[in-house]
Write a protein that binds this ligand. Structure first.
Ligand code: ADP
Length: 158
């Protein structure tokens, strides 16, 4: 039996912290699907298509990882993909509170959906897409925090 897991998020844009979690998952599970939420309520810097493309460029050497955009409920996407395991990243206690609430809600919506939480290497514990966007918007270099494709895309976009 193959273990197919979903790593969901907004990925606006993907950072080295996300990539750390993806690589750890790729070593633990057979198939990883990165699920990029359309998140219409969030005013994202990158479109859904751009966020998916940036991830595609970043994961091209990871043979058991794929990426897909999705609209609507994550639990519906998980069911479509016949996956009942989610991977989420835990950075600090702030993430813990948020993730705990989210997991309880998912459990109500899809009782057989389980979540596993992975912690990144400590250098990424305080890294977020929001911080990357803010620094880049104000002209700072984020080169060491994001994949190359994202670095170029940010330079073009801003
Ligand atoms: P969301 O909108 O779901 O929070 P994100 O793209 O911000 O989407 O994050 C997706 C997942 O990746 C979440 O589980 C988040 O906690 C995790 N994550 C984000 N940044 C990091 C990081 N630097 N290290 C580890 N996990 C991270």
């Amino acid at each position: 039996m193959t273990t197919r897991v979903i790593y969901p998020g907004t990925f606006d844009p993907i950072t080295n912290g996300h990539l750390d979690i993806i690589k750890r998952s790729a070593m633990m599970f057979d198939e990883i699907i990165i699920a990029v939420a359309a998140s219409p309520s969030k005013k994202t810097l990158f479109t859904l298509e751009e966020r998916v493309q940036l991830i595609e460029a970043t994961i091209k050497d990871l043979t058991n990882v794929t990426v897909q955009g999705f609209f609507g409920l994550l639990v519906d996407f998980a069911q479509q993909q016949q996956a009942n395991l989610l991977v989420r990243g835990l950075r600090t206690t702030v993430d813990f509170e948020y993730e705990f609430g989210l997991t309880n809600m998912y459990r109500k919506l899809m009782p057989n959906l389980e979540s596993v939480f992975l912690t990144p290497s400590e250098e990424y514990a305080f890294l977020s897409s929001t911080i990357v966007r803010e620094v880049a918007l104000h002209g700072g270099s984020v080169k060491e925090f994001v994949p190359l494709a994202v670095h170029s895309a940010l330079a073009k976009k801003l």
